[in-house]
Write a protein that binds this ligand. Structure first.
Ligand code: SF4
Length: 216
């Protein structure tokens, strides 16, 4: 669902999102307040920014919020195990917004990064439920090169907010379906939901493929 901001009652959207997340994550007033602020900034960015700037504006909001929450919750933040070149989570299905899809394709073009469209097609015909049936090679994100994200500075919001606190080996998507523990403050979760809701969030493979076909 793409939100039409001309008709949107922003305050009521914020309130319903906050309520939903508060019920899910428990009521922590300071976190809810910072979530509310983050949401307002994000939605305002959506209304006022040039469409080409929206994704990067959201990234700045997310990075700022993560930094703030890191300082509020140092003990749990310090349990994060994610390390450069780990890349286990880059084989999970990724969701992005329309604006992120446009940005990623632009960055790939500017940086001359070749996108494996055959793999994208195979990914686009799978969903989270049967994603693992793609097999180890095809499950890999098309931006993952030599175990590193080739578009790291522009990586999608879901990649920016995924912090694992269990041992790295448990994240190995090819070996087993372990229950992964993550660090996700409520404010970041709310912002993430708002971004997906505002930007018509959906399968990265499908969104990239649609645009590649359209621009041929
Ligand atoms: S965009 Fe980058 S960080 Fe995100 S899944 Fe792909 S390679 Fe990994």
């Amino acid at each position: 669902m793409k939100i039409n901001f001309n008709q949107l009652e922003t305050e009521s959207l914020i309130d319903s999102l906050i309520k939903e997340l508060a019920e899910k994550y428990g009521k922590r007033p300071e976190q809810l307040e910072s979530a509310k602020l983050a949401l307002k900034h994000a939605i305002k960015a959506y209304i006022t920014e040039d469409k080409n700037q929206v994704a990067q504006k959201f990234y700045a909001n997310i990075d700022y919020l993560i930094q703030a929450e890191k300082n509020n919750d140092k003990d749990n933040y310090n349990k994060i195990q994610c390390k450069k070149k780990c890349s286990h989570c880059c084989s999970i299905e990724v969701s992005i917004t329309d604006e992120e899809a446009d940005l990623l394709l632009k960055v790939a073009k500017d940086k001359n990064i070749k996108i494996n469209t055959k793999r994208l097609k195979r990914q686009a015909s799978h969903f989270s439920e049967n994603w693992h049936k793609l097999g180890p090679k095809d499950m890999k994100c098309v931006f993952l090169k030599e175990k590193e994200c080739s578009i790291y500075d522009y990586r999608p919001s879901v990649c920016r907010t995924y912090f694992v606190t269990n041992e790295q080996m448990l994240c190995d998507t090819f070996k087993a379906n372990h229950k992964i523990k993550t660090w996700m403050p409520i404010s970041v979760a709310i912002l993430e939901i708002a971004i997906m809701l505002c930007g018509n969030g959906g399968s990265m493979a499908k969104k990239l493929l649609e645009r590649i076909k359209r621009d041929k």
